[in-house]
Design a protein around this ligand. Structure first.
Ligand code: ADP
Ligand code: MG
Ligand code: MG
Length: 211
């Protein structure tokens, strides 16, 4: 099916919550190498708070859904990732408007706006070794797949693969933004934690769409 209803979007968020909870120790290990060892805890706590709120009843429209997600992340995650992921979802909601589902084009527009929000907030550029390096190629791949007539399942799979490749490409980089940048050259040789959680975000999207 080529639309994502609110229920499926909530399934995506639940799948992301489950995945960051399962991979919490690994995300924290990545952050212990080049940060302060809290990225797994930050993402697991934030997404648990998001789903606790949605379990009490979820909004009827996509804009309200992502507004709720973004606000909960901003208020429940203290680290850099709270405002960055929070802004990503808030911008997705603002762009979506009061619709009850996403087709491919609307999903792509919302994700592009979310990426722009990350940039507005954190000023990251390509190769700075941040979550931008996973999210940006994912959004580009989604656009390209849709432009060449791909289905929502094909396009989100292409996005997930691009996010994973982008995550892997952060390993040799020297960080220029965030806490890891304090390490200078010593930040090279490790995956970026935020790019790693972002790759999980796009993987769970592809899995939800094809389920
Ligand atoms: P903190 O660094 O405050 O402990 P987290 O550990 O939860 O927060 O998140 C760290 C991740 O946030 C980094 O791995 C990176 O991907 C992302 N990040 C940090 N600063 C920026 C920025 N300015 N722009 C984009 N992403 C950033
Ligand atoms: Mg950290
Ligand atoms: Mg921290």
């Amino acid at each position: 099916d080529d639309t994502l209803t609110i229920d499926r979007l909530v399934e995506w968020l639940a799948a992301f919550r489950d995945a960051v909870t399962e991979q919490r120790a690994w995300l924290t290990e990545l952050d212990s190498a080049i940060g302060d060892a809290d990225h797994g805890a930050n993402m697991a706590r934030g997404m648990a708070a998001v789903m606790d709120k949605l379990d009490q009843g979820h909004p009827a429209t996509v804009d309200e859904l992502f507004k709720s997600v973004g606000m909960t992340l901003v208020s429940s995650v203290g680290g850099a990732s709270g405002p960055l992921y929070g802004t990503f979802f808030l911008r997705m909601g603002m762009t979506a408007g009061a619709v009850t589902s996403f087709d491919g084009a609307a999903l792509a527009a919302a994700l592009r706006a979310g990426l722009d929000g990350i940039v507005a907030r954190g000023k990251a550029e390509a190769g700075d070794k941040t979550m931008f390096d996973a999210v940006s190629p994912a959004v580009d791949a989604l656009d390209a797949a849709l432009a060449s007539g791909g289905s929502l399942a094909e396009a989100t799979r292409a996005a997930a693969d691009a996010a994973l490749a982008g995550r892997d490409a952060t390993e040799p980089l020297v960080a220029r933004k965030g806490r890891a940048s304090y390490l200078g050259e010593r930040s090279a040789g490790h995956l970026d934690p935020g790019a790693s959680s972002s790759a999980i975000l796009f993987e769970t999207l592809a899995e939800t769409v094809s389920r």
